[in-house]
Design a protein around this ligand. Structure first.
Ligand SMILES: Cc1cc2nc3c(=O)[nH]c(=O)nc-3n(C[C@H](O)[C@H](O)[C@H](O)COP(=O)(O)OP(=O)(O)OC[C@H]3O[C@@H](n4cnc5c(N)ncnc54)[C@H](O)[C@@H]3O)c2cc1C
Length: 363
């Protein structure tokens, strides 16, 4: 069984609209009005169109690893994306363009690219969810993000009622965002990645990863070594799904790292002076990205900090809010998120924003 989906639904398996919790990694979410599995691109389009014809709202759900669904659930139609497969569609020089179906489990796909000696996704190993969801928030980790390798996204355009091919330049990729995030317009059907035929990784950009690999930042390492090391680092932080480990019953990072204008960062720095220097990364445009985990920790919410009903900050990573008891409600998780956001705001004057998509709930 793949460790990617909260509850892998396969062909012929009955779906359970009574609770969406079994389809989310947080194990949270009330009932669906209707729940259907789509096993290929044509079915995805048809199920969405049929829901529209019934005048039902549509929620496209894949791995459920980046959504927080309210206790009231979703009264419309939930379409579970379970299309599978990938193939090389073009080769040019030392590059290969690979088309992957939206429902392909992301980490299985990354493993396959590493096995074939296709370089470009290895540092994104171990991230839960589907390939089709990666453009939604421009998935990134350990110095790589999908915006660097995506060349096009094929999506059903619900406004124009046709399938469109959207070039990467038109996807609006930014840090943890794109035109697809918080938009009901697009349903991703497949994604084209341009990868490099090479047994070695791209230059390692992330200092922690370089240290773990025993190389310098900028060095290249064998693909399989990069993948194994990233997975090991992630597992140590509860960032690889593990059914036996409640620290992973999360959406990964709950808040994005705030990106602040330079002068605002200086104010934060002053307010933080007595507790230390906030880890930060200057951007090319004068903005500064600040570590949300550090701000949360220094505002008094350390690892393991508990909220109502057994929701808690992961004992392995300050940014992950977990349904640790396995029996909490979305209301409890959202209450903890609010407490943390307000605590950071009053301590440092910075407003944290949630990274996952909130469905019928708000913080
Ligand atoms: C333990 C853990 C670690 C994580 N680590 C990282 C990380 O390192 N980096 C990172 O960027 N993210 C990380 N995440 C977040 C998450 O795994 C990614 O955002 C992932 O891409 C979500 O995929 P999914 O299939 O689960 O999407 P879902 O949760 O099913 O959906 C997320 C959003 O995308 C929409 N969506 C999904 N599929 C489609 C589609 N085909 N067409 C249109 N809309 C769609 C949904 O409607 C929803 O709005 C982590 C999550 C967990 C639980």
């Amino acid at each position: 069984m793949s460790d990617v989906y909260a509850e892998p639904a396969t062909a012929g398996e009955p779906t359970d609209p009574a609770t969406l919790a079994r389809y989310t990694t947080l194990r949270l979410g009330g009932p669906a009005g209707r729940l259907e599995i789509a096993e290929d691109a044509a079915q995805i389009v048809r199920k969405v169109q049929e829901a529209e014809a019934r005048e039902q709202a549509v929620l496209v759900l894949a791995g459920g690893s980046n959504v927080v669904i309210g206790d009231q659930g979703f009264p419309g139609a939930v379409v579970l994306v379970r299309s599978r497969g990938f193939q090389a569609v073009a080769e040019e020089g030392d590059t290969v363009t690979v088309r992957v179906e939206a429902g392909e489990p992301w980490d299985d796909f990354v493993a396959a690219t590493v096995e074939r000696g296709w370089s470009g996704l290895e540092c994104l190993s171990g991230i839960p969810g589907s390939a089709g969801a990666t453009p939604i928030q421009n998935v990134g980790a350990y110095g790589q993000e999908v915006a660097e390798t995506i060349v096009a996204v094929e999506a059903y355009d619900r406004t124009e009622r046709r399938v469109a091919r959207i070039a990467a330049a038109d996807c609006g990729f930014v840090y943890r965002g794109s035109i697809f995030k918080y938009s009901d317009r697009w349903v991703v059907l497949s994604v084209d990645f341009r990868l490099t035929r090479s047994p070695r990784s791209g230059p390692v950009r992330y200092a922690e990863l370089a240290r773990a690999l025993g190389v310098e930042v900028g060095d290249r390492v064998p693909l399989a070594e990069a993948r194994a090391t990233v997975r090991k680092l992630r597992a140590g932080k509860g960032m690889v799904l593990d059914a036996a480990d409640p620290d992973t019953w999360s959406v990964g990072s709950f808040f994005t790292n705030p990106v602040l204008p330079g002068e605002v960062f200086e104010q934060v720095r002053e307010r933080a002076a007595e507790v230390g220097e906030p880890p930060h990364w200057p951007g090319a445009d004068g903005t500064v990205k600040v570590s949300a985990a550090w701000l949360i920790d220094k505002a008094g919410f350390g690892k393991g900090y508990a909220g109502p009903e057994g929701v808690a900050i992961s004992s392995k990573h300050t940014l992950a809010l977990t349904n640790h008891s396995g029996s909490a409600s979305t209301a409890a998780l959202v209450a903890l998120a609010r407490e943390i956001r307000d605590g950071v705001q009053s301590r440092f004057g910075v407003t944290l924003h949630p990274e996952p998509v909130l469905v019928n709930c708000t913080i």
